[in-house]
Design a protein around this ligand. Structure first.
Ligand SMILES: C[S@@+](CC[C@H](N)C(=O)[O-])C[C@H]1O[C@@H](n2cnc3c(N)ncnc32)[C@H](O)[C@@H]1O
Length: 150
């Protein structure tokens, strides 16, 4: 294994978890900045051409994990690997953001759901190759259907 070091930090409007939209129908439109360490800036070369980025980061303000938990989007428990819970054995977060613009080592993005100061582990261009019609949404689709019936 290896010991990951942050490649930078997230500048986010969210200071605490209560401020981040949650539950069914929550959308993530908040703008923020991915601030990359100066010594890694060359690694951003040619990133401007991509509309969306995959961002991997650390749930640095979450402690421990639960193998079964009830997410805000449902009233039934699910396995941690079938959810996006912050309380996971390896506390790694994953967010797809829209790249608005680059200013040197600052990436201005839309769609942040991370807290201010969250450490970044990696950034990759988002290249979706899964057709929408083959995507299954598991328990979330069932929770959404129950919610719509109400
Ligand atoms: C449900 S998780 C999903 C995160 C990511 N999109 C994913 O799929 O891995 C989003 C929640 O993580 C929490 N969160 C964001 N940044 C965090 C951090 N640095 N440490 C701990 N929790 C954090 C916030 O409460 C937010 O509502």
């Amino acid at each position: 294994m290896f010991s990951p070091e942050p490649i930078g930090y997230v500048r986010s409007p969210y200071q605490n978890a209560q401020q981040v939209p949650k539950g069914l129908g929550a959308t993530h439109e908040a703008e923020g900045v991915l601030e990359i360490l100066p010594e890694l800036e060359a690694g951003l070369t040619d990133i401007e051409g991509f509309s969306h980025l995959i961002v991997l980061w650390v749930f640095d303000r979450s402690a421990g994990f639960e193998l079964l938990g009830t997410p805000p989007s449902d009233n039934r428990p699910h396995g941690v690997f079938a959810t996006r819970s912050p309380r996971r054995p390896n506390p790694i977060g994953f967010t797809v953001v829209e790249l608005l613009r680059r200013e040197g080592r600052l990436l201005h993005v839309r769609g942040v759901d991370m807290l201010e100061g969250t450490p970044l582990l990696d950034i990759k261009p988002y290249l979706s190759s899964t057709p929408m019609e083959t995507l299954k949404r598991g328990w979330l689709a069932e929770a959404e259907a129950r919610h719509e019936k109400k």
